[in-house]
Design a protein around this ligand. Structure first.
Ligand SMILES: Cc1cc2nc3c(=O)[nH]c(=O)nc-3n(C[C@H](O)[C@H](O)[C@H](O)COP(=O)(O)OP(=O)(O)OC[C@H]3O[C@@H](n4cnc5c(N)ncnc54)[C@H](O)[C@@H]3O)c2cc1C
Length: 279
C-alpha cells in the first residue's frame, strides 16, 4: 500500500470557502483544497460527533473541491448547519469514474443530486473534444440543479425534463433520452449518433436508462448508490448480489454489461446492517 493510498483513507480537514443554496434542500459547498478526484468518484464527509457519509464530487479542479448535498438526516442536516470558515473532514477520493474517448458524443442523464457528477463529467470531458447532450430531470423546476453551470460550458446542449411540465419536456428525462437515441439512430437529425450514455440519479431512473440503452444497443455507465461505511473495500457493506462486487471499489460507476448481471439492480438494496430493502 503506498503512502498516498493510506492518506486517502484517513480524513483531513477542509475549510468551507463558499456556500450556494441551490434549491430549498440542496446546498453546494466549495472547499479550500483538492482531493484530486475524477468525475464519478465520491468522498466520505465526516461531521465530528455526528456521522460520516458518502457524497459524489461535483467538481475538483486541482485547487478546490465541490460537493452538493440534500439535507435528509442527521449527518447531512449537521453539514447544512455549517457556515463559511467551518471545517469538514473529507477522505477519498474513492471508487470508479466515468470513462470516455476523445471526440465522443455522450448523453448524460441526471436526476436529483446526480446533476453534480454529471456537471463534473461535462466540464472535464469537453477538454477532450467531446460533445455533450445533458438531460437534467426533476419533479418540478424548483428542484432542477446545475442548469446555469451546465449552460455556461462549451459543446454542451442542455435538455430539461420535469414531471409536472413546469420547465422543458413534461415527463421523465429517460423519455427524452429514448427520443434522442431513436432520432440519432434513425438519422432523422444531423446530430451524430450517441456513443455512450452516463447516468446518475435514483435507481428507478438508472434501471430505465439501462433498459433504453440495451434497446438501442448503446453502451452505458451508471452510478450506483449502496450503503457505504469504509469506502475502500474492507467492510463489504456495499456488495451487490450475486457477483458480490463492492460499490465503493468496483463501483459506484458500473458499466451496463456488468449491471445486467447484478440481480439486485432496480429491485433492492441493503441498509447499514445488511438487511434487504425493496425499492
Ligand atoms: C456513492 C454515493 C454518492 C452519494 N452522493 C451524494 C451526493 O452527491 N449528494 C447527496 O445529497 N447524497 C449523496 N449520497 C447519499 C448520501 O450519502 C445520504 O443521503 C446520506 O448518507 C444521508 O445520511 P444522513 O445521516 O444525513 O441521513 P440518514 O437519516 O442517516 O439517512 C437517510 C438515508 O440516506 C442513506 N444513507 C445513510 N447513510 C448512508 C451511507 N453511509 N451510505 C449510503 N447511504 C446512506 C440511507 O438510504 C438512509 O435511509 C450518496 C451516496 C452514495 C453511496
Amino acid at each position: 500500500m503506498s503512502s498516498i493510498q493510506l492518506q486517502s483513507r484517513l480524513p483531513r480537514t477542509y475549510k468551507i470557502i463558499d456556500i450556494k443554496q441551490a434549491t430549498e434542500n440542496v446546498r453546494i459547498y466549495t472547499f479550500d483544497g483538492s482531493l484530486g478526484a475524477k468525475p464519478g468518484q465520491f468522498v466520505m464527509a465526516w461531521v465530528p460527533g455526528v456521522d460520516e457519509v458518502p457524497l459524489s464530487v461535483a467538481y475538483d479542479d486541482g485547487a478546490n473541491i465541490q460537493l452538493a448535498f440534500f439535507a435528509v438526516g442527521d449527518c447531512t442536516e449537521a453539514l447544512a448547519r455549517m457556515g463559511e470558515g467551518d471545517l469538514v473532514g473529507l477522505r477519498g477520493p474513492f471508487g470508479t469514474y466515468y470513462e470516455w474517448e476523445p471526440g465522443q458524443h455522450i448523453a448524460l442523464v441526471a436526476g436529483g443530486y446526480g446533476a453534480a457528477p454529471m456537471f463534473f463529467v461535462a466540464s472535464e470531458s469537453v477538454h477532450h473534444g467531446t460533445t455533450i447532450e445533458v438531460i437534467v430531470g426533476a419533479r418540478s423546476k424548483e428542484h432542477l440543479l446545475f442548469l446555469e453551470e451546465l449552460e455556461s460550458l462549451p459543446h454542451v446542449a442542455l435538455h430539461v425534463a420535469t414531471n409536472d411540465g413546469s420547465m422543458g419536456f413534461e415527463g421523465f428525462n429517460v423519455t427524452v433520452l429514448e427520443n434522442m437515441l431513436k432520432l440519432t439512430q434513425d438519422s432523422k437529425t444531423e446530430d451524430p449518433a450517441i456513443d455512450q450514455v452516463f447516468a446518475c440519479g435514483p435507481e428507478v431512473m438508472l434501471k430505465a436508462t439501462h433498459s433504453v440503452c440495451a434497446k438501442y444497443n448503446v453502451p452505458c455507465q451508471l452510478s450506483m448508490e449502496r450503503y457505504m461505511k469504509c469506502g475502500y473495500g474492507l467492510c463489504g457493506n456495499c456488495v451487490m448480489d450475486p457477483l458480490g462486487i463492492r460499490m465503493c471499489t468496483e463501483g459506484p460507476v458500473v458499466k451496463g454489461e456488468v449491471l445486467a448481471k447484478l440481480d439486485e439492480f432496480g429491485k433492492y438494496h441493503r441498509d447499514s446492517i445488511g438487511k434487504k430493502n425493496e425499492f
